[in-house]
Write a protein that binds this ligand. Structure first.
Ligand SMILES: C[S@@+](CC[C@H](N)C(=O)[O-])C[C@H]1O[C@@H](n2cnc3c(N)ncnc32)[C@H](O)[C@@H]1O
Length: 271
């Protein structure tokens, strides 16, 4: 089902970390995401990381003394993570397996050891057409009172509306297509799907309560405009400050390049 996606990210795994290292916007967005999740993590939490990629966040979280079980469908990405675990001696802090986030019922972990937290960063979930294929498993793997933080690309992003004003209609409205948009990662094309906050909330059902909703790059530019940010340094700094102020305010908390949504699963008593 995710064959093209897997192959594309296998290829991308070779350059994934170095690309981010050069992209100031991506690094800033990741730092904001990390600040967000640290507000909701408790000491010693066991985290299930979906679509973990090369493990940039898994390593960060392990260094903060959390235990991370990372999954991804790309063996290329997981190989990079494995190299980091060995190099940094993180065997006790990070475990991983090759698995699709649509198959969380097949996780190779002790089923009595549920997770405190589920985390998915940077649009991995935009590879699935229907979020319920993933979220339907959350209650099986999450402890009562557990939290989830999902970073997802929504259908409406202000910077892409600006493209429309400049007459670039195709890229501007690509997110709004009902059947998603074709992505091209390292020469391999596959379908991607943009999910609104409303769709996400519906996919979770009534047992999850919203804790925080934050837009990521709502008024500041998205990662593919990194050269714009580098050539307009002061303006970019200004836009980042505006983002900080507006990222929790409607509609910027959901209409942005990505949004970060954190929910809590009800406790057994329903609270
Ligand atoms: C843009 S990368 C993000 C990686 C990582 N979360 C990060 O922030 O660096 C998207 C990742 O999603 C993974 N992915 C896509 N579809 C998946 C699926 N069905 N199950 C698990 N991982 C998937 C890809 O292999 C890729 O590693």
């Amino acid at each position: 089902m995710f064959e093209q996606v897997r192959e594309a990210f296998n290829r991308q795994s070779e350059i994934f970390d170095s690309y981010e290292e050069r992209n100031d916007i991506l690094k800033w967005m990741r730092s904001i995401t990390r600040e967000h999740i640290l507000r909701h993590l408790n000491t010693g939490d066991r985290i299930l990381e979906l679509n973990a990629g090369t493990g940039l966040d898994a390593v960060f979280l392990a260094e903060k003394k959390f235990h991370v079980h990372a999954i991804d469908i790309s063996e290329g990405m997981l190989k990079k993570l494995d190299n980091k675990i060995l190099r940094m001696n993180l065997q006790d802090d990070i475990s991983f397996e090759k698995l699709s986030f649509t198959e969380l019922n097949k996780l190779k972990i002790n089923s009595s050891l549920k997770f405190d937290y589920i985390f998915s960063n940077f649009g991995g979930l935009n590879c699935v057409d229907d979020l319920t294929k993933v979220t339907k498993h959350f209650r099986e793997v999450l402890k009562p009172g557990g939290r989830i933080s999902l970073v997802i690309m929504p259908p409406v992003s202000p910077w892409e509306i600006i493209l429309a004003l400049k007459g670039k209609f195709k890229p501007a409205f690509r997110r709004l297509h009902k059947n998603g948009a074709l992505a091209n990662v390292e020469g391999i094309k596959f379908q991607t799907y943009y999910h609104s906050y409303r769709k996400l909330k519906k996919s979770l059902g009534g047992d999850f309560k919203l804790l925080e909703l934050q837009g990521l790059a709502a008024v500041s530019p998205p990662p593919y405009l990194d050269s714009f940010a580098k050539s307009h340094e002061k303006f970019y700094e200004f836009l980042k400050s505006a983002d900080k102020i507006l990222s929790h305010v409607f509609p910027f908390n959901r209409c942005s390049d990505h949004f970060i949504a954190t929910f809590k699963l009800n406790n057994i008593d329903g609270k």
